[in-house]
Design a protein around this ligand. Structure first.
Ligand code: ZN
Ligand code: ZN
Length: 444
């Protein structure tokens, strides 16, 4: 099939302004590049920094996005690693010089000549992206694009940070900040045979950490360091929280010769008394992105389906809302933009009433609004009663279909099943938090 000439892309043309959805030329690949048709593209907080001009790129307009996963559709003449049809991904490191001391010793992400995807080169908030053959990662079988996308930056950064603690099987690691990176780190630490203490200010985030395998949960307040000491202390600490408040907690939490790894980048300074490090032999290390070996190890772990993200899948067309939500701190876990069109009518939809689970946001809300516009009466379920009410009010502005709300726990499948009995003919399977969402029929 011939490749299209033009593609949809979200362009950053001005800081703080909505991204402009535009038709731009599909990238021409160089001889050492592959062209990838993006299927899923993760939204990272680095994108928010770039969008606000806090991490200003070399030039505008820019296509951001550095958690892209998709299929190879064309290969350059000297690009030998991939074939058309392979599933590949790209993270923040688009490429590096390849011959400096750092590049030759597994530190290509610290190369002074490294190029950042979606920052110095056009990124993955587009239908197609050109990638360096030597720097793209093959996505193993058994992991879908939506699960794989956030691994390319968040998962890889979490894994690289954990490794830098140098902790051994059976040791205790305290992980500060239970956002997307923290959630990946908890799972990776458990897979590495570690005892995990999760630390956050928010009770609901700690509850999620527990379900992901954390052995202990500690509230991030002034007593956190002492609380961790009561639990035996930490042999390593990793900080993903974008605040300096966790720094004294980590100093208190450390056992002798522990390593503190800093990954989150708060704006302020972190102070310490020299004796705090010297007398206990502590080490403090920074960690940014990952090298290709760490990426390969992470993908090998994820191939068995053992690393799951808490993921909100959102249609690419809603990228601006997703960016605002992330900036406002409204998102739990990672947001992943899905590039495919949602072809509702492919279902030969004849239903007069539909049940949509996971309806409060993202694709679920998009589908609800689309069906309401088609005159379909709705039963909507989601965990958040408040978000359902907001959606109902939104639908009422443009449609007079009946909308019945059923706030409930999505993990109890039987309850949605009972709702589905009788007159409901079409449903949307939510469970977006754990896996790729798909349309499916639930009834007649
Ligand atoms: Zn990122
Ligand atoms: Zn280099």
């Amino acid at each position: 099939m011939p490749l299209p000439i033009m593609m949809k892309a979200a362009l950053l043309t001005d800081y703080h302004a909505p991204l402009e959805m535009a038709e731009v030329p599909v990238p021409q690949i160089g001889s050492d590049e592959v062209l990838v048709q993006i299927e899923a593209s993760g939204l990272c907080f680095t994108d928010v920094h770039i969008w606000k001009g806090e991490h200003a790129p070399p030039s505008l307009p820019l296509i951001m996005g550095h958690e892209g996963v998709g299929r190879v559709v064309a290969v350059g003449s000297t690009a030998t690693r991939f074939q058309v049809g392979d599933c590949v991904g790209i993270g923040y490191v688009y490429g590096a010089c390849g011959h400096c001391r750092d590049c030759r010793t597994g530190g290509e992400n610290y190369c002074s000549d490294f190029t950042a995807t979606g920052y110095a080169t056009p990124g993955c908030f587009a239908e197609y992206v050109a990638l360096k053959d030597q720097w793209a990662s093959k996505i193993p079988n058994g992991i879908d694009a939506i699960e794989a996308a956030p691994l390319m930056c968040a998962g890889a950064a979490a894994y690289a940070s954990l490794k830098k603690t140098g902790v051994q099987v059976g040791d205790t690691v305290a992980i500060f900040g239970m956002g997307g990176l923290g959630q990946y780190c908890v799972q990776l630490a458990k897979l590495s045979g570690l005892r995990v203490i999760a630390v956050d200010v928010a009770d609901d985030k700690l509850a999620t950490a527990k379900t992901l395998g954390a052995d202990e949960c500690v509230k991030a307040d002034e007593g956190a360091g002492a609380a961790i000491q009561e639990l035996g202390g930490a042999h390593g600490c990793v900080n993903f929280a974008p605040v300096t408040a966790t720094w004294p907690m980590m100093l208190d939490a450390c056992n002798p010769r522990a390593t503190i790894v800093l990954t989150g980048v708060p704006a302020g300074e972190m102070a310490f008394y020299t004796y705090q490090l010297v007398e206990r032999g502590l080490m403090v290390r920074g960690s940014s992105a990952s090298n290709r070996q760490e990426m390969a190890e992470l993908l090998a772990l994820a191939a068995g389906g053992r690393v799951k993200g808490v993921i909100n899948a959102v249609p690419f067309a809603q990228i601006n809302e997703a960016l605002l939500d992330l900036n406002a701190g409204k998102v739990e876990g990672r947001t992943v933009l899905t590039m495919g069109e949602y072809k509702l009518m492919d279902l030969k939809l004849t239903a007069k009433t539909a049940l949509i689970t996971g309806a409060s946001m993202g694709i679920g809300a998009h589908v609800a609004e689309t069906l309401a516009a088609e005159g379909v009466h709705l039963h909507l379920t989601a965990r958040s009663a408040e978000k359902l009410e907001t959606l109902k009010a939104e639908i009422a502005k443009t449609s007079d279909v009946s909308v019945t709300l059923h706030p409930l726990d999505l993990t109890s499948r039987g309850r949605t099943g009972r709702l589905g009995a009788g007159n409901l003919q079409c449903g949307y399977s939510g469970q977006q938090r754990w896996r790729n969402s798909q349309w499916r029929l639930v009834g007649r």
